[in-house]
Design a protein around this ligand. Structure first.
Ligand code: MN
Length: 263
């Protein structure tokens, strides 16, 4: 069994090595991750500059683990691993991330952005996050991954899929169980702070304004808030099927340049 472990918190992040440790000894583990923190870059790829990768020594003593640090995004790291450095694997794991990736925020998540590249290549791919950016407890998530590693090593099959896992930042004895959920809405939205330096304005974006959109009982947001581990199978199609007829009506009358039959 070959497992690729990547992340968006960077090659030195403890959560990355906790994920690698869960599979070490049970699989050939390859760690390929950005050389610095890249949280929030989503599925961004570096298409207009060269990408460099360096073989590095694993940050923790792990049996049979090869590691590379990539001067690129999380998605770059996954692509580079699967297409060049490692080749196809049986499982892609992105994480364990410091901070949750819930609801529509998955669209800006570098953790999910890296896992998407495994999913696009038909490989089972997991994004794993814990809901705290400081003093993150990785051990429960690592234990869950260890359970999966033993099941896979024992012959269990995992379908090609993109699975978003979020854990509350709680010790094992406070976690009430596992729930398969759907994505909720957004939990934070952006604000802009302006400032100036030598007469020239500049701006900084923050994601600090809470929004309470769609946090129903079947959502990932609700589950994590209620001390459940949330597991959401994701689907890359973003088509809004329900709106299609209305949009057809809006644009369908256009027959070419200059033609306008709007009455
Ligand atoms: Mn991150």
């Amino acid at each position: 069994m070959k497992v690729l472990v990547t992340n968006d918190d960077g090659i030195d992040a403890p959560g990355l090595w906790a994920a690698a440790g869960a599979f070490a000894g049970l699989a050939h583990v390859f760690v390929v991750a950005p050389d610095r923190e890249q949280s929030g870059v989503g599925s961004s790829l570096t298409l207009h500059a060269p990408i460099r990768a360096n073989r590095v020594r694993p940050a923790v003593e792990l049996e049979g683990v090869a590691a590379y640090s990539v001067q690129g995004t999380p998605a770059d790291s996954c692509v580079l691993a699967l297409e060049k450095l490692v080749g196809p694997v049986d499982l892609v794991v992105s994480g364990i991330n410091s901070g949750s990736n819930l609801g529509q925020d998955v669209l800006i998540s570098g953790t999910v952005g890296a896992a998407l590249q495994g999913y696009f290549r038909g490989l089972p791919s997991l994004a794993v996050s814990v809901g705290a950016v400081t003093e993150t407890r990785f051990e429960v998530a690592a234990d869950l991954l260890g359970h999966l590693a033993r099941r896979l090593a024992g012959g269990a099959a995992i379908p090609p899929s993109l699975i978003n896992v979020n854990l509350p930042n709680e010790p094992a004895d406070r976690i009430k169980g596992v729930r398969v959920t759907r994505l909720g809405g957004r939990s934070y939205t952006e604000t802009v702070q302006d400032s100036e330096e030598r007469g020239r304005p500049y701006y900084r974006l923050f994601r600090n304004r809470p929004v309470q959109r769609d946090q129903g009982e079947d959502t990932d947001i609700w589950a994590v808030r209620h001390n459940l581990v949330s597991i959401t199978p994701l689907y890359a199609s973003m088509t809004d099927v329900e709106r299609m007829p209305e949009i057809q009506d809006l644009f369908g009358g256009w027959n070419g340049c200059g033609a306008d039959d709007a009455g």
